[in-house]
Design a protein around this ligand. Structure first.
Ligand code: BMA
Length: 340
């Protein structure tokens, strides 16, 4: 039993490996990484930056599939163990609320979040520029695409797994039309998933911490714990040889999640393995999902590696919360409610 409680369901079949003795840091990689290799299905060269949820005793994933024509689309996959996957051969067939086909021109970096009885997919879409796309399903057979939440330019939309103060919550990273040489994380609320407002600043890129000094973006859906909302996110730095994407962690206030309670000044995972350092875009670890087992405190994190593979990493809620608290430093106005 963990000391820090996760207010999530038990997941006895969560993928898991114990921490190896030589592990540094609070997060350790699965020894058989990457779990998804290149050319995973016909017409798809690479799968990475993808999301997974438990479903009917097994697992379902929404995968970023980089097609051989260079256009990313979202693919559905199924697994018994959340490690080995089989995929639908074609991109997810989205329809609008009238039932007519409503396919994104391109779709990438999906997050998959269950709120009440509905699963929401939120991804980066092409809406006259990079913006957030949103769809829902209850059965993973019918996928209804909703209104795009925001105007361009925006990426890294991450919904909370329950309403807070009666509203849906969405983290996002507003940006410019380029590859975002800036970027903080904001929070928006909606009563109906159509109208979004009450925008608040959540976290600033860490200007005192070089690994996340350029831009940051939400990763996995926040995990509700007795310490607040545990958020895994990515932080980016610019080197003379290009961007480097690392993984960070923060804990947001339970009732006012635009306030950061604790945020680790150190990364929790950074590109070190061949599949993270080398690929279509090298030096990228990009978390998009996490599975949790409330009984044991185990957490399994799914991350894209080098825009080429999917990696799996593990921690426990006690270990990561302790690490975040021990390495917390005040960061700009993170602790404030975030409106001016
Ligand atoms: C970001 C996103 C991610 C990608 C990363 C590194 O802007 O487009 O999909 O993993 O760049 O290339």
């Amino acid at each position: 039993m963990s000391e820090v409680k996760m207010f999530t369901d038990p997941l006895p079949n969560i993928p898991w490996e114990e921490k190896p003795a030589d592990s540094v840091g609070p997060v350790w990689r699965y020894s058989m990484n990457p779990i998804i290799d290149r050319n995973p299905l016909k017409g798809v060269a690479r799968i990475f930056n993808s999301a997974v949820v438990p479903y009917e005793g097994k697992f379902v994933g929404v995968f970023r599939g980089e097609q051989t024509n260079g256009v990313p689309q979202l693919y559905l996959g199924y697994s018994e163990d959340a490690i080995h996957w089989t995929y639908e051969p074609h991109p997810i067939p989205f329809v609008n609320e009238e039932g007519k086909s409503y396919m994104p021109k391109s779709a990438y970096d999906p997050r998959l979040i269950k709120v009440e009885d509905t699963y929401y997919i939120i991804w980066c879409t092409d809406f006259y520029g990079a913006a957030l796309g949103l769809a829902k399903t209850t059965d993973f057979k019918h996928f209804v695409r909703l209104e795009n939440p925001f105007i361009p330019f925006n990426r890294n939309g991450v919904m909370f797994p329950r309403k807070v103060n009666g509203n849906f919550l969405l983290l996002s990273r507003p940006s410019d039309s380029g590859h975002t040489p800036f970027g903080d994380v904001f929070l928006s609320e909606s009563p109906d998933l159509v109208y979004w407002g009450k925008h608040r600043h959540v976290m600033t890129r860490g200007y005192n911490q070089w690994w996340q000094s350029l831009k940051i973006g939400g990763g996995a859906a926040p995990i509700e714990t007795s310490e607040g909302w545990l958020l895994f996110y990515h932080g980016v730095t610019g080197t003379c040889n290009g961007y480097v994407y690392s993984m960070g962690a923060a804990i947001l206030d339970k009732d006012e999640p635009s306030k950061v309670k604790y945020r680790s000044s150190c990364f929790i995972l950074t590109p070190e393995k061949w599949y993270e350092e080398r690929g279509f875009v090298g030096n990228v670890v990009f978390p998009c999902a996490a599975l949790t087992d409330s009984e044991t405190g185990r957490i399994a994190i799914y991350y894209g590696a080098a825009d080429s593979y999917v990696g799996l990493a593990f921690t426990t809620v006690d270990e990561i919360v302790t690490f975040v608290k021990e390495n917390h430093v005040e960061n700009g106005d993170d602790a404030e409610i975030g409106i001016m």
